[in-house]
Design a protein around this ligand. Structure first.
Ligand SMILES: Nc1nc2c(c(=O)[nH]1)N[C@H]1C(S)=C(S)[C@@H](COP(=O)(O)OP(=O)(O)OC[C@H]3O[C@@H](n4cnc5c(N)ncnc54)[C@H](O)[C@@H]3O)O[C@H]1N2
Ligand code: MOO
Ligand SMILES: [Mg+2]
Length: 466
């Protein structure tokens, strides 16, 4: 069985969270654009610039059902002494009134219809009455109208040519409404990353299996799939694999062939069976190996295959230069944070590979900090990192830590300020607090934790209204 010898397993160098994020974001590229039907574009990232193709509204539009009038005709109107206007026709939404409204006349009009030429105001139906004389075709206006009343002028909201959405914008329902308005039946959006996911761990069982002594179900794979889908990726679940280097290497190669990115969970620490740690370690030397290789793809293949053939006896080059954005090699294999310190990431032939921790809490944090921003970037996002807010801690944190901690929390508003209540059961190995958390709160490294009311940074995990 695979085993890392001596000191070799301990010389991983921790990088800071921001540096690890920078390395991942520099390494990945937006996927090519594709054409998608507008109604399927919610949550997708624009790969084109979109402009208003007409003034909006495109014509002066009635905002009420009532009568289109000359405001001046109604200046003296009261309930007791209404203005009497001759009604010359009706215009429904979608119709265009052929004539011009002359002084002393009115046209009955419906909400959304084009206000006829000549009229400068719409009087709502409730401020009018039918004329008493039968067949008189007249309306009594009981209140004065002012010019422009209940009329949305042409171009009030958008001028033709104005930019309505830029490349990198994540399309929400509001953007979709604009694009529909301006005739974008199809839109150029970045392709969704196809993300293969597999778990390593001999103890793992499929979710549908009964428990057996010492065994647990692979819940991380499904959690990661949900996380991938929540940021626009397409999850390709590949199941779980025993801690067998040959099997894991093969699965990894198949996953890399099939997908744009791969996420694994488990086996990244220093245990005897932590297979992913060895695979990531072998990618450490990738830059050096590749420089001397005639066939870079072949070299990459060897780097994975070497685990199978040679296990821990590999000749491992030193840390060397990290090939940032270069498309192949380790990005980091330790992060100065809790939980998730063994979280690792690499590029393999231009595709990102994340080896997340097996501990569910650490797996979740690793995804949020290093995978979500990158999947956003692969979709062309112009702001891939989490939105953060400054919040006050609801209660003191008594525990110090040598590294920044990312603690699951519920963020809410108290006395007009964001307040973060840290959740119980938020250790790396725990999952009880996962569903409730709407933020990850950063507790800075230090010997003493933090006081109640201390200002902290909270990374928003999802829309707060959900
Ligand atoms: N001697 C040391 N031991 C450990 C260290 C260390 O520095 N020195 N680091 C600890 C830290 S921190 C973490 S985090 C974990 C990381 O463990 P791995 O990423 O190697 O994960 P595993 O060993 O495979 O599993 C850990 C834990 O999670 C459970 N697990 C694994 N996969 C799944 C899954 N798909 N679904 C649900 N649960 C899963 C697994 O059964 C273990 O209980 O290492 C510490 N150890
Ligand atoms: O770094 Mo580990 O994820 O804390 O427990
Ligand atoms: Mg382990």
């Amino acid at each position: 069985m695979l085993s890392l010898q001596g000191e070799a397993r301990f010389n991983r160098r921790a990088v800071k969270v921001a540096e690890a994020q920078r390395r991942v974001l520099e390494a990945v590229q937006p996927l090519p654009p594709e054409t998608a039907a507008l109604w399927r574009c919610g949550g997708r990232y624009l790969a084109q610039s979109c402009e208003a193709t007409v003034d909006w509204p495109p014509f002066a539009r009635a905002g009420m059902d009532g009568y289109a009038v000359h405001a001046a005709d109604t200046a003296q109107a009261t309930a007791e002494q209404p203005a009497v206007l001759r009604v010359t026709g009706t215009v429904a939404a979608g119709q265009v009134y052929a004539g011009t409204v002359q002084p002393g006349t009115a046209v009955r009009i419906m909400t959304g219809a084009a206000v006829p030429a000549g009229a400068d105001a719409v009087v709502m139906l409730e401020q009018t009455a039918e004329a008493a004389e039968p067949g008189a075709q007249a309306v009594l206006v009981k209140a004065p109208a002012v010019p422009g009343q209940n009329v949305a002028p042409r171009g009030e909201e958008f001028r033709c040519g104005a930019v309505i959405a830029r490349p990198g914008t994540r399309l929400g329902p509001g953007h979709i409404a604009h694009l529909g308005t301006f005739g974008y039946a199809e839109v150029q959006v970045h392709r969704r990353p196809r993300v293969a996911i597999f778990a390593t761990g001999t103890e793992l069982l499929p979710v549908g299996a009964p428990l057996a002594p010492g065994r647990i179900r692979d819940s991380n794979s499904a959690m990661i799939a949900a996380l991938v889908e929540s940021c626009g990726g397409e999850a390709i679940p590949l199941g779980h694999i025993a801690d067998d280097p040959a099997a894991v290497s093969l699965a990894l190669e198949a996953a890399l062939d099939e997908a744009d990115a791969v996420i694994t969970t488990g086996g990244v620490s220093v245990g005897d069976y932590d297979v992913m740690a060895v695979i990531m370690r072998n990618l450490r030397g990738a830059a050096a190996t590749r420089a001397g290789a005639e066939d870079p793809e072949g070299a990459a293949h060897d780097l994975l295959g070497a685990v199978v053939r040679e296990g821990a006896q590999l000749e491992l080059p030193g840390q060397g230069a990290v090939p940032r954005g270069a498309g192949h090699g380790l990005l980091f294999d330790k992060v100065a944070m809790r939980p998730g310190s063994p979280t690792s990431a690499a590029m393999v032939n231009g595709k990102p590979l994340w080896a997340l921790s097996g501990n569910p809490g650490a797996c979740h944090v690793g995804f949020e900090l290093f995978v979500r921003p990158a999947l956003r970037r692969m979709q062309g996002s112009s702001s891939p990192l989490h939105r953060t807010v400054n919040a006050r801690l609801g209660a003191a944190v008594r525990k110090g830590s040598p590294h920044d901690r990312y603690v699951r929390a519920v963020l809410g508003e108290r006395d007009g300020l964001w307040t973060a209540e840290l959740l119980a059961f938020n250790k790396s190995s725990m999952m009880a607090s996962l569903p409730e958390a709407n933020a990850l709160v950063r507790i800075p490294a230090g010997p003493e934790g933090a006081e109640a009311g201390a200002e902290v940074t909270a990374l928003l995990l999802g829309p707060l209204h959900e």
